[in-house]
Design a protein around this ligand. Structure first.
Ligand code: MF3
Ligand code: CO
Length: 237
């Protein structure tokens, strides 16, 4: 899984470097395909329930599952990229949020809170802690900042499939739920809604999930192992 995670991290790096005003989200999908080809890796997104691309590119009020295409990125767009890779049958999955061009303080605060929620969740990934500890860590950071998080989407176990048990909710009660054991691998993915609501809706394309209040969203994700001596992030260079 380390090899798959490294490919995902390289896809992120290449997309971050390519994302700029005037570039389309479809161009970013091509950049990601280039990294997959270079590394001889396969996409776990393409063809997943018919999904037509190797990345999700969600812009502004789009939370997750935006389909890349002819949309031209503009200065000030908040862009969330989610993508994955398969190497030797093992999966990696990760997401990041960034601002294209000039950012506002509000955008940067939303993104840094998402990153802080993910970091807090990862710190909770120790043998003997529970799934509830992870959810509570995310919820604590998100709600303290006044943001919302959709109820009907969550993180997941990952391994020889992209989505394995258990579901990893972005909320929880400390000490509740199954105990984490060494070697468990989870994809942790906080999704934040700037307006503070907890509901979203899906567009008629059957994929794109947008905030109900039209406010901005951020989405970050890492694939992480519960290691004997602490969590190990696989989708980071
Ligand atoms: N990466 C998403 C997740 O974190 C799944 C994307 S669905 C796809 O679970 F169809 F876009 F692949
Ligand atoms: Co995921």
């Amino acid at each position: 899984m380390r090899a798959a995670g490294r490919v995902v991290a390289e896809m992120h790096q290449a997309i971050r470097a390519a994302a700029a005003p005037g570039v389309t989200t479809g161009d970013l999908d091509l950049v990601a395909r280039g990294v997959l080809d270079l590394r001889g890796a396969e996409s776990n997104f393409f063809g997943y329930y018919g999904y037509p691309a190797v990345i999700c590119a969600s812009v502004n009020d789009e939370v997750i599952h935006g389909i890349p295409g002819s949309r031209v990125l503009e200065d000030g767009d908040l862009l969330s990229i989610d993508c994955g890779a398969i190497v030797d049958g093992w999966h990696g999955d990760a997401a990041f949020s960034m601002v294209v061009g000039t950012a506002t303080d509000a955008q940067l605060r939303l993104i840094s809170t998402a990153e802080a929620a993910l970091a807090a969740a990862i710190r909770a990934m120790r043998p003997g802690n529970t799934l509830g500890d992870i959810g509570a860590a995310i919820e604590g950071v998100v709600s303290a900042a006044g943001y919302g998080s959709p109820h009907n989407y969550c993180g997941h176990g990952i391994g020889q499939d992209m989505h394995e048990d258990p579901d990893v909710e972005n909320r929880g009660v400390p000490g509740r739920g199954p105990t984490l054991r060494e070697g468990v691998v989870l994809a942790i993915e906080p999704m934040l809604i700037a307006g503070g609501r907890d509901d979203v809706r899906e567009l008629s394309d059957g994929w794109t999930v947008v905030t109900t209040d039209g406010s901005l969203a951020a989405h970050v994700e890492h694939t992480v192992v519960v290691g004997a001596h602490g969590p190990e992030i696989l989708t980071r260079l």
